[in-house]
Design a protein around this ligand. Structure first.
Ligand code: AHR
Length: 655
């Protein structure tokens, strides 16, 4: 009997201990949102984009030029071209002094044909019925005019359209033609033939653009890809890198002055992503710089995003250059610093200044309203602050209105990260750029990352982040982990002022790095599950944070739940974001203190999928995408039943 009594006592004790645990899992959870006193403002720059020319994001991607190696400046001069007959490359008496090489087509009598074919970027994407603008610079080598046949040719070698261009005179001139594609083909070619024997002409800067570009601009951008940026309604646009800024060597760093002025004379640069990953080499990856700083500022303006240019701080990529001598010496930094000052002038200066005039001549007399500049990408160690300081001094002296973003290095924690932050505080950087490419568990564990950051110190720019699952796919699991983590960004809007997923673009046939926010081929664009998460946060951003707690604490993973809330002072809406990362349905009671009484309507956005590995593809682009519906809520207190593995946003209309 005594034995049984002891057993019962023990069982009771165990139950007593375990009860709260069970309750935690099975019981309804109450979340309180305090709408009586809105907290920190959400900065207009909070949800941003970061563009780098990686994965053929610029040439072969966003930049709508369809011809690869249009200026014959690649190290292998005819790379991207197939030549037949009398084709040679020259550089004497060039058309463009900074891109001096050009091609000579000489159809001599013993040959059967002479010409060139360009295969674009894994083919040229043509759409039936669409117009394409062809242009080249040419001069005749003889007295007689030279007739060229310009042809769009399908993958199967059918001619989709032909135009004739007659090259006349011995001086370089621009020639143009418009061709309509008679069929859709993702891997078409451009062919140029000399029509008759005896013809000899020099040709340079051979270009083909769709007539329909973003806003139909010449030298334009791919409309569907820009639309995928615009639809996020980003508040910030970081450009041009990333490691691209640093260059593998200091000579191949990104230099913004090479990217402005006439496109024909912007000197080609090799792209570091050409060779940097031995397992994914792309020997034909170069930067034409056709998408340069003018186009970038214009695009930022178009999509309503604050530009955030990143400039080289006098250091080449530290991953590639362990020897300190491979960076610019501190005493030689003057031209780098001048580049930063001149960039501000190019963006904001009046037309009476040198760089302001160039911007105006390029077509934008009004300033671009630049307010931020980042110096350095992923720099670490002592070499960085000693270089950053003179930049800060010069910028503060001449442009105190510009806020400066410094780097905390490539990792989100550790010795270098702590040192980086300490130095950024000492140098009084306005914002500090943090980067994290980490697995789902890391993102889920870091939802409280910014809860302890000092709101008085430099603000945070989460400048490059993405959840890397084992498969490295843009899977639903990655997107859900990011969504959960981002509640912590939103909750801490007092310290986090800017964020950006990375990288932005990837060409299905030409990528070096994944996951990426947007995938594309020559004809299609695919928005990933992560894209939808970014869009939900950015378009449903609100204006102020609302304190959101359960049992007095922020929801940072209790029962697999992550939550944050904002109010929108313009509309009066209250916007709840909640991720359920568990595999069970969760019942949640919301209590909105200060919320409107009586029945209310809300828009509910639900992002979920049955499989962790689910992704969007060209065949199934909307497999993982939010569903929107209207729901009725009882009032300021209501119960939600949250689907397992889901991210939801509720926009509650208070009026
Ligand atoms: O986003 C890809 C690369 O990741 C960036 O170029 C670099 O900053 C980081 O290491």
């Amino acid at each position: 009997m005594k034995y049984i009594k002891t057993q019962i006592l023990w069982a009771g004790l165990i139950l007593l201990v375990l009860l709260p645990v069970f309750r935690g899992f099975s019981q309804e959870i109450t979340i309180t949102v305090d709408a009586r006193k809105p907290g920190a403002p959400i900065q207009p720059t909070m949800w941003g984009l970061f563009f780098e020319d990686i994965n053929f994001g610029a040439d072969g991607g966003l930049y709508a030029e369809l011809i690869k190696n249009r200026s014959f400046e690649f190290d292998s001069r005819l790379m991207g071209w197939e030549s037949f007959g009398g084709v040679t490359v020259h550089e004497e008496n060039p058309c463009f002094d900074r891109n001096p090489r050009y091609v000579r087509l000489s159809y001599t009598t013993e040959l059967n044909t002479t010409g060139l074919e360009n295969r674009g970027f894994s083919g040229i994407g043509l759409k039936a019925g669409e117009k394409y603008r062809f242009s080249l610079y040419g001069r005749s080598r003889g007295e007689a005019p030279v007739i060229l046949l310009i042809q769009l040719v399908s993958r199967g070698n059918d001619i989709l359209n032909t135009r004739e261009i007659t090259i006349e005179g011995k001086e370089w001139q621009k020639y143009e033609a418009e061709l309509t594609a008679t069929a859709t083909d993702a891997q078409a070619r451009l062919r140029i033939l000399v029509k008759e024997r005896g013809g000899c002409a020099d040709l340079d800067h051979i270009s083909l653009f769709p007539a329909k570009t973003w806003k139909n601009r010449p030298n334009g951008l791919r409309e569907d890809l820009v639309q995928a940026l615009a639809d996020i309604r980003p508040g910030l646009f970081r450009f041009p890198g990333g490691c691209i800024v640093e260059g593998t060597t200091i000579d191949t760093r990104y230099q913004w002055k090479n990217t402005v002025g006439p496109v024909e004379n912007r000197p080609l640069n090799i792209n570091r992503w050409n060779y940097i990953f031995a397992h994914r080499r792309f020997p034909d990856y170069y930067q034409s710089l056709g998408l340069g700083f003018y186009e970038y500022f214009l695009l930022s303006e178009d999509i309503g995003a604050m530009p955030l240019p990143v400039l080289n701080c006098g250091m080449s990529c530290q991953f590639e250059n362990s020897d300190d001598h491979q960076h610019c010496k501190v005493e030689n930094l003057e031209p780098y610093i001048q580049d930063a000052l001149d960039l501000v002038e190019f963006a904001n200066g009046p037309g009476t200044t040198h760089w302001g005039k160039l911007r105006s001549d390029m077509g934008h007399p009004a300033p671009f309203n630049l307010k931020y500049i980042a110096i350095g990408n992923e720099q670490w160690g002592e070499l960085y602050p000693e270089r950053l300081k003179p930049f800060i001094d010069a910028l503060r002296a001449k442009h105190p209105e510009i806020k400066i973003v410094g780097s905390s290095g490539p990792y989100p924690d550790g010795k270098e990260f702590d040192y980086g932050w300490q130095e950024m505080r000492r140098l009084k950087a306005d914002l500090v750029d943090e980067h994290y490419y980490r697995p789902p568990e890391w993102f889920l564990a870091q939802a409280d990352r910014y809860d302890s950051y000092d709101p008085q110190g430099p603000k945070v720019f989460a400048g490059e982040y993405a959840c890397h699952t084992q498969s490295r796919k843009n899977s639903f699991e990655a997107a859900l982990s990011e969504a959960a983590f981002m509640t912590g960004l939103e909750r801490n809007a007092a310290v986090v002022h800017m964020t950006a997923y990375a990288p932005l673009f990837a060409h299905y046939d030409n990528w070096q790095w994944r996951p990426d926010l947007i995938w594309f081929d020559n004809l299609n664009v695919v928005r990933t599950p992560s894209w939808y998460v970014q869009q939900l946060y950015s378009t449903l951003d609100g204006t102020h944070v609302l304190t959101t707690t359960s049992l007095g604490k922020p929801l940072t993973g209790q029962n697999g739940l992550y939550a944050s809330s904002v109010t929108d002072e313009k509309t009066g809406d209250i916007i709840l974001k909640i991720a359920n990362t568990s595999s069970e349905t969760r019942k949640v009671n919301y209590l909105i203190r200060g919320g409107a009484k009586g029945p209310l309507t809300a828009d509910r956005y639900l992002l979920t999928s049955s499989g962790k590995e689910d992704e969007n593809t060209p065949e199934e682009p909307f497999r993982v995408a939010p569903r929107k519906e209207q729901v009725n809520l009882a009032g300021a207190e209501f119960t939600l039943s949250l689907e397992p593995a889901s991210f939801q946003v509720f926009v509650i209309h208070q009026k």
